[in-house]
Design a protein around this ligand. Structure first.
Ligand SMILES: [Zn+2]
Ligand SMILES: [Zn+2]
Length: 342
């Protein structure tokens, strides 16, 4: 099973922060003084720089791609799904790309050939919930505009999900194309029961406490198991907090990878009780006790710079090291474009 992060930011898309490029250049130059790199070895030098210098954490809102043996699941339709949609279309061409066709009116941009030369496909999209940051990329998802395509959308309530997606495309004043007019055959499904099978993926669900609700997914394929739990809060003092934490801890058993909401620092989380999000300290404790191998911090706050996110990662690792010096938990930041094999 392979996971690719197409969107890792929570709440709103986050293009970047003023000053971040200067900070990266400065840190790279400081490192270069230590190493005295020869110009021919610059690529090698850049590879040795810290991830916080060479990688942007990413600004697109949530979208994951999970693949196994030529089968694909998509989870959530934040703005990250737009890039995935283009890549899906490029991989389903019936013929080689030729020169872009001229536009019919000669005024608007040339039509891109990728939308008319595609093989039909069935796309399966799981939605954790329909808060805007998890569906706002769907109007720009190019495979939805292929009449031959079938798009199955799964979530906690088919009718409410259809309503939410319809509303965001309900008027030309919001978006020029209505959901019913995109072209593809879009089918909505309610997830019921504890477990379902889509292709090679065995999927379990767990409802999470979040304003309006959210679903965690546990996905098993081949030899790998991952859990994706975003947008949830176990508020200290809430009557069901311990019970909900226990349910997720049990849900995590035997997971190789846990991708979790950790929107706020521990301290900020205390000031934002009831906002429906988690912090990396509590999440890492849970990951440690449930025995998962790798934890990815996800749903990054849009007001946190990359520097702050890497600091948050360092503090979380240091805390877990103090708590359990012999732990084997590998903690990482979810970074847009990153691929995880398991
Ligand atoms: Zn969210
Ligand atoms: Zn939410």
């Amino acid at each position: 099973m392979r996971i690719k992060f197409w969107g890792v930011r929570g709440s709103i898309p986050t293009p970047g922060f003023p000053g971040d490029i200067k900070r990266r250049i400065k840190e790279a130059l400081i490192e270069s003084f230590k190493l005295d790199p020869h110009p021919d070895r610059l690529d090698e030098f850049i590879e040795r720089l810290p991830t916080s210098v060479t990688s942007m954490v990413g600004g697109n809102t949530p979208c994951l791609e999970v693949t196994h043996e030529n089968h694909r699941l998509i989870i959530d339709a934040g703005t990250g799904i737009t890039g995935l949609g283009i890549e899906i279309n490029l991989h389903h061409l019936t013929k080689e790309l030729s020169k872009p066709r001229p536009s019919p009116d000669g005024v608007s941009p040339p039509l891109r050939p990728i939308d008319s030369d595609l093989k039909p496909q069935i796309i399966n999209l799981l939605l954790t919930h329909t808060h805007w940051d998890h569906i706002q990329g769907f109007p720009f998802f190019r495979p939805a505009y292929q009449p031959e395509n079938i798009i199955n959308i799964y979530g906690d309530d088919a009718a409410l999900i259809e309503e939410a997606l319809t509303v965001q495309q309900s008027s030309p004043r919001l978006f020029p194309v209505g959901l019913k007019n995109t072209g593809a055959d879009i089918r909505f499904h309610t997830l019921t029961g504890d477990e379902m099978q889509i292709g090679p993926f065995r999927i379990s669900i767990l409802p999470l406490p979040h304003p309006g609700g959210s679903l965690a997914f546990k996905i098993h394929a081949g030899n790998g198991t991952m859990v994706f739990a975003t947008d949830y809060e176990f508020r200290d003092g809430a009557p069901d907090a311990n019970q909900n934490r226990g349910l997720l801890t049990k849900f995590l058993e035997k997971a190789d990878v846990f991708i979790s909401d950790t929107q706020y620092t521990y301290l900020e989380n205390l000031t934002k009780e009831g906002w429906g999000h988690s912090n990396p300290i509590k999440v890492a404790e849970m990951a440690l006790y449930s025995g998962v191998k790798k934890l990815f911090l996800f749903h990054h706050d849009p007001y946190y710079s990359d520097t702050k996110l890497f600091d948050m990662l360092d503090m979380t690792c240091a805390y877990i090291e103090l708590l359990h010096p012999l732990n084997n938990l590998d903690i990482k930041l979810a970074i847009e474009g990153q691929v995880v094999d398991l």
